[in-house]
Design a protein around this ligand. Structure first.
Ligand code: 5RP
Length: 218
């Protein structure tokens, strides 16, 4: 199966995790796009979606799925999103699509994070994928120096402005052996909006697309 077929497979499988009648938290990316397409088929059975990016909002609305403001919703039973890397404990690197901050906000409102990913995303240790960090523009050089001091190699993502008007630093060369500790440390640096480690609020379950079908990691 191709990577696209695996993404379509887990996008379909995620529908089983949607709670009928509820508002669904929706992530961002090519795997989530497959999920949104499936969600459109059952749109009469859900109350709408809270979206993590302008791109996902556009796709949801184009398919006739109502998008609610995150501030109007107190609780989401489930948030469904992809990942750039996921380890066996459910910790993830996210932000390849630059939507990490809104993704973390919607995930925080949700009771369960269901990650959908093709098998190439499963790793033993996070960090092969460069870590995305959303930063306030005036702090980008200072934050880059802090990453260099810990052995990382940061670069500004060319031409990218996030939905929140900020920049993305991609940090290569970090071996993330304690994801929750590193997430906490980076998040308290002045000017960091969000770091792309999702360990303090990690995936409760991962639907992994493999050549043998969907493997559920919980
Ligand atoms: C966007 C993300 C995506 O979930 C991540 O980049 C995975 O994307 P894809 O499903 O296209 O591989 O974090 O900010």
């Amino acid at each position: 199966m191709t990577q696209d077929e695996l993404k379509a497979l887990v996008g379909r499988a995620a529908i089983d995790h949607v709670v009928p009648g509820s508002v669904v938290g929706v992530g961002t990316g090519s795997t989530v796009n497959c999920f949104i397409d499936e969600l459109a088929k059952i749109k009469d059975r859900i109350a709408g979606a809270v979206s993590s990016s302008l791109k996902s909002t556009e796709r949801l609305q184009a398919l006739g799925i109502p998008v609610l403001d995150s501030n109007s919703v107190e609780r989401l039973p489930v948030y469904i999103d992809g990942a750039d890397e996921i380890d066996r404990a459910g910790c993830m690197i996210k932000g390849g699509g630059a939507a990490l901050t809104r993704e973390k906000i919607v995930a925080d409102i949700a009771e369960r994070f269901v990650c959908i990913a093709d098998a190439s995303k499963l790793v033993d240790t996070l960090g092969r994928f460069p870590l995305p960090v959303e930063v306030i523009p005036m702090a980008s050089s200072q934050i880059a120096r802090k990453f260099e001091a810990m052995g990382g190699n940061p670069s500004l993502r060319n031409g990218v402005i996030t939905d929140n008007g900020n920049l993305i630093l991609d940090v290569h060369g970090l071996a993330i052996t304690d994801p929750a500790a590193l997430e906490a440390e980076i998040n308290q640096w002045p000017g960091v909006v969000t770091c792309g480690i999702f360990a303090r609020n990690k995936a409760a379950v991962c639907l992994l697309g493999t050549a043998d079908g969907v493997r559920t990691l919980a």
